[in-house]
Write a protein that binds this ligand. Structure first.
Ligand SMILES: NC(=O)c1ccc[n+]([C@@H]2O[C@H](COP(=O)([O-])OP(=O)(O)OC[C@H]3O[C@@H](n4cnc5c(N)ncnc54)[C@H](OP(=O)(O)O)[C@@H]3O)[C@@H](O)[C@H]2O)c1
Length: 283
């Protein structure tokens, strides 16, 4: 199973996304079983945020993780831009920890840039790291200029990861961001790796005949091929979301699929890497 070093810890390269989970009480049991199926299949990283369902996702994740040893999980949550101030962040972190039934996060991400000065947000994230309530902090939806600005801040180089939209059909960050992150040894956490929920990104990759043919050759689903592709270059963790036990378990096992150089070339022909700068994609 492919692994990536995240803030000094080796973790499997496929984790578990949880956006929109916990919103519908009739689906709660199924969603809890889905998260547990992912952990039982070998996943460690679980990604949530205070934004998701206004805390519903964190509450569900807390219930799902309750029977597990805390040290078996790499738990990520995120602070909203408006709450990322020196005055407010710790109270929001405490509320996340309470919903998650834990006393620390492995990684706390600044969800996206807002109006609070970056220096203030980063100083506060770094201070919270000193308290032990978070083991590491990172950013999300940051492009190269944002990372360069971050790098100039006194504790900016303590950033542990950048979480961005990345999949076979949305490769804009390959123009310069993925190289920047590789050079600076900053792992990428790839969100919407199979194209987002209910295909809200209007991607075609799941119905692409080449993707389907490669999936048939490996005797897996197109989703699993897309996940194997997302992590193939290394330094990248994909966090697919699914509420179906069998999908989550299969997704985690996709970290074992090796795409051949020929298959990678075929996929490049269908969805080429960009040859010009593309605005950062967000979902
Ligand atoms: N930092 C950010 O700004 C940001 C933004 C967006 C998302 N995220 C994080 O990234 C996670 C993943 O992104 P996402 O939720 O947007 O999209 P995604 O994981 O690309 O797609 C989720 C959809 O794919 C389906 N799916 C997943 N695996 C499948 C499989 N093996 N077979 C069939 N269908 C499958 C799921 O349906 P089923 O339930 O039916 O399987 C679900 O509808 C989120 O949950 C969240 O944790 C972060």
């Amino acid at each position: 199973m492919k692994e990536v070093k995240l803030a000094g810890q080796m973790v499997p390269a496929i984790g578990i996304g949880t956006w929109h989970m916990g919103d519908d009480p009739t689906k709660e049991d199924q969603e809890i079983q889905a998260i547990r199926a992912g952990l039982d299949a070998g996943a460690k990283v679980v990604d949530t945020a205070e934004m998701y369902g206004d805390g519903n996702s964190e509450t569900l994740v807390g219930q799902a993780l309750a029977p597990y040893q805390r040290s078996e999980i790499y738990l990520i949550s995120k602070v909203l831009p408006n709450n990322a101030s020196q005055a407010q962040m710790e109270a929001h972190l405490d509320a996340s920890l309470q919903r998650l039934q834990t006393d620390y996060l492995d990684l706390y991400l600044y969800h996206w840039r807002g109006n609070i000065p970056l220096a203030e947000t980063i100083a506060e994230l770094d201070r919270l790291k000193q308290t032990g309530k978070i083991r590491a902090w990172g950013v999300s939806n940051f492009d190269v200029p944002d990372l360069e600005e971050l790098w100039q801040l006194p504790t900016g180089k303590n950033v542990a990861a950048n979480e961005n939209l990345y999949n076979l059909e949305t490769r804009g960050i390959e123009f310069n961001l993925t190289d920047w992150q590789a050079e600076h040894e900053l792992p990428l956490i790839a969100y919407s790796p199979v194209g987002g929920q209910h295909n809200e990104l209007h991607t075609t990759m799941l119905i692409n005949p080449v993707v389907q043919e490669i999936a048939a050759q490996h005797q897996v689903s197109p989703h699993e091929i897309l996940l194997a592709w997302t992590i193939h270059a290394g330094n990248t963790i994909a966090i697919p979301q699914s509420s179906q036990v069998k999908h989550v378990a299969a997704n985690v096992k996709a970290a074992e699929i090796e795409l051949t150089p020929t298959e990678l070339k075929q996929l490049d022909r269908e969805y080429p890497s960009p040859d010009h700068r593309v605005p950062l994609a967000v979902n």
